[in-house]
Design a protein around this ligand. Sequence first.
Ligand code: SF4
Length: 245
Amino acid sequence: MAKANVHSIESFGSVDGPGVRFIIFLQGCPMRCLFCHNPDTWELGKGQEFSADELLDKAERYKSYWGDEGGITVSGGEALLQIDFLIEFFSKAKLRGINTCLDTSAQPFTRREPYFSKFETLMKYTDTILLDIKHINDTEHRKLTHHSNSNILDCAKYLSDTGKKVWIRHVLIPGITDKEEYLSQLNAFIKTLKNVERVEILPYHTLGTFKYDKLNIEYPLKGIEPPSKDSIDKATAILKQGLEL
Ligand code: SF4
């Protein structure tokens, strides 16, 4: 039985998946997104340990608030780093009739074994994926996250081919991801996918900068302000152009 390293828990989440959800943020992330507001989730192996049953018992205390759509979401950090735990957790959740949602950057995704078979197993127990595409351009993605986006886009294709329900999420950062050219390219990519239920812009914010001070890390996007409502509206329109959502 795998144990999870948990960073934190939110009992009533309303933005990370359908309906009201119990959200578990797992510890550990391989990405180093310049805009990350949770650098305290990066280090692997930290956090509080929980078994799948312990977390499900905790989550089920809130079941009466979930209605028809809600359930549990596992986020991060990067939840896919703890895929063995996820398989056990989501398979047990399905036995209890709980709706499952995975919020991921998909950075660990690969079609190589043994990871790929594990991912396929996990998908059997996952109802919805919230897939964060940080940048559509690979060069810019590397600058922004220190990783390529090629396996992430490949994950999106795999999920499309298998018909898994996906929400695409994109952080809008002034001067970095808000260029029309990139938003149009992302829109064109999303149009190639057959399984997208929702497309969401997540406006960049600076609420996590104090954590960088605490960790003694210099905040890399100093001076960049959150996007205006006008630019959020424009970006949303470009990203959803021609999509029937
Ligand atoms: S993937 Fe998420 S948790 Fe990881 S560095 Fe990027 S924003 Fe932070």
